[in-house]
Design a binder for this molecule. Structure first.
Ligand code: MG
Length: 603
């Protein structure tokens, strides 16, 4: 659309007077708006409202709006001018959505590609590009796309029951899925802040914006997800809306609703040890970010004391299972590391009493590391073993917990092992979420139990994932010994004992017992490398030229078979690399038990 056409379209745009009834016009600063509304002059009221918003102190955080534009964001903004929209990093280069935008275009049947179109990730970059260059074309494009989206994505016929048949779901299901709605509620605060000074942001447009934004918030309050991380996002973003737009008559009730949900869900969704119940470091971190953000937004005295204590426990488990390079383990639907230092910087302000948060926020310049090393988080099943906190340490994180929610994988007993900057057993990751049969098959490959460092019967996925801690012993030298047990299949128990020693050596004893019969195998999935293999002695060694290497040796039973398996690791959505993977197997008869002993040691 050319600037001329847009100007004509914008000039012809009339205010939506319903915006005025949504606002508390008795607020200080709104006098002229109220007068014009009383006089029935919508144009004057819209202009007065625009003047009000342009001059008001913006409360609430729009900090994203103030960060500088990255090279990547500049590209998204420029591509958006041609309707090539950055929807998902897993689908690049960006697709063309038509001169006349087709918001239903779905080139690959991955649900995320269809849903995330409606997050409009390129709109904040358009705002930043506008602010940086002062070039009105970026603002004009945003206004044009914003109005086009409203027109083509009406909120009609929304039926959450269609969640189970997404391939046939109408567009409204994708455009108005509450998670996407909440995402827009958050991002549009920054867009509003960035675009407000532009010529294209007219009084008439402002009324359209406010009506649309209000509709989003109302839709959220009536369509909260039942539970899970979606509900957390929805509540926290509604809280942001209520703080940023206190002018809405409904703002106070939105705030009350959000605080109520977050207070309730933090006790429901978080185990006593501080882990979110999806048992996924990615979603755990997202949950911490939003719980902490909400705490910072409303200040002291609004949430109960237990809320603050739980947020603190959630942060503490992160730094216990993180590696000294700040990376999180890649269990479950993990897909990409976060920039952790700025987060610890924010959390330091909320929890100044913890010197480790200070230490992490400052890269070790101030604060101090905990006075313990290994720690068990046994209610969620995260076992964090370490001989130190700094970059020359060895850290092993083993996952063996209760049944987890959707993002969790059937991987009980699996672990990662990090030594001196190298994660030798990165989890396979998730690669992709949900979609048609082809996409789901890709997802399911990465979910398989056998692509994790644990034990299977006949190569099948675990049928039960409910590990219990049998014993735990850790001392101040870095030594930790513990045993976990999972009733993996009917009549089949897997007991895994780990002895982690101060030099980074690990002895693992796996016992399969019960009536179950068949081929029992333990699996080890290494990082991408060319290892040295010894099929006679059941040994594998890495051979990195920097000398930071390990060997894995399955020492017993003597009659096992060692074989290469297909190995993949996905460090980012829709990307994976091949990697060496092995299975060590033996036949187990009913009633007998088989014990594997594995030694992992630095060499
Ligand atoms: Mg996994």
């Amino acid at each position: 659309m050319t600037a001329f056409l847009l100007s004509a379209a914008l000039a012809a745009l009339s205010p939506d007077p319903s915006a005025f009834s949504l606002l508390d016009l008795t607020r200080p600063g709104m006098e002229k708006v109220a007068e014009a509304v009383a006089a029935g002059n919508d144009d004057a009221a819209a202009d007065a409202l625009l003047a009000y918003f342009r001059s008001r102190e913006a409360s609430g955080s729009a900090s994203e709006a103030l960060s500088p534009i990255t090279e990547e964001e500049q590209k998204w903004a420029d591509d958006a001018l041609e309707h090539r929209f950055f929807v998902h990093s897993g689908y690049q280069p960006s697709y063309f959505y038509g001169d006349d935008i087709d918001w239903t275009y779905w080139p690959v049947k991955d649900n995320e590609l269809r849903w995330q179109l409606h997050r409009m990730k390129w709109w904040i970059p358009l705002g930043k590009a506008y602010r940086l260059t002062g070039d009105e074309k970026y603002a004009a494009e945003w206004v044009s796309e914003y109005l086009d989206w409203i027109e083509k994505n009406p909120l009609e016929g929304f039926d959450r029951e269609r969640d189970s048949s997404m391939q046939e779901a109408p567009n409204v299901f994708f455009a108005w899925r509450p998670l996407e709605v909440s995402d827009r509620v958050e991002r549009q605060i920054a867009q509003f802040t960035l675009m407000l000074p532009s010529e294209s942001f007219t009084g008439a447009f402002l009324t359209r914006f406010l009506v649309n934004y209000h509709r989003h918030c109302v839709h959220l309050t009536g369509h909260f997800s039942a539970t899970g991380n979606h509900l957390l996002f929805q509540a926290q973003r509604l809280l942001r809306a209520s703080v940023f737009f206190p002018e809405f008559k409904d703002a106070a009730s939105w705030r009350e609703t959000s605080v109520g949900i977050l207070s309730r869900e933090i006790s429901r969704q978080v185990y006593p040890d501080g882990m979110q119940n999806e048992l996924d470091p990615h979603y755990h971190l997202e949950a911490v970010k939003l719980f902490a953000d909400a705490l910072g937004l409303v200040g002291d005295g609004v949430f109960p004391d237990s809320y603050r204590e739980t947020v603190y426990k959630m942060i503490r488990i992160i730094y216990n299972y993180s590696y000294p390079d700040y990376a999180n383990p890649m269990f479950s639907d993990f897909h990409g590391q976060h920039d952790m230092v700025p987060l610890y910087g924010k959390w330091r302000n909320l929890f100044p009493e913890d010197p480790m948060i200070e230490w992490l926020a400052t890269g070790g310049a101030s604060g101090k590391v905990p006075d313990y090393l290994s720690r068990a988080f046994s209610s969620s099943g995260f076992y964090c073993l370490r001989n130190g906190w700094t970059s020359d340490a060895t850290v092993m994180v083993l996952k063996a917990g209760p049944p987890g929610f959707w993002h969790c994988q059937p991987d009980n007993g699996t672990f990662e092992y990090w030594r001196k900057g190298r994660n030798f057993f990165p989890d396979s990751g998730c690669y992709v979420y949900g979609g048609d049969a082809e996409i789901l098959a890709m997802r399911n490959w990465f979910r398989q139990t056998s692509v994790h460092n644990t034990l299977t019967l006949n190569g099948k996925n675990l049928e039960t994932t409910d590990s219990k801690l049998v014993s735990w012993l850790a001392d101040s030298t870095g030594r930790a010994s513990f045993t976990v047990e999972n009733p993996s299949y009917p009549g089949f128990i897997h007991q895994r004992s780990v002895d982690f020693r101060p030099d980074g050596t690990v002895l693992i004893e796996d016992t399969a017992s019960g009536d179950g019969e068949g081929v029992v195998a333990i699996h080890y999935n290494l990082l991408p490398c060319i290892p040295e293999e010894d099929f006679i002695h059941h040994r594998i060694s890495t051979a990195f030229p920097d000398g930071n290497n390990i060997s894995i040796e399955v020492m017993s039973p003597s009659y096992i078979t060692m074989e290469r398996k297909e190995g993949r690791v996905s460090y980012a959505y829709r990307h994976y690399e091949d990697r060496p993977a092995y299975a060590f197997s033996a036949f187990k008869r009913s009633g007998e038990s088989v014990t594997f002993v594995t030694l992992i040691r630095p060499v």
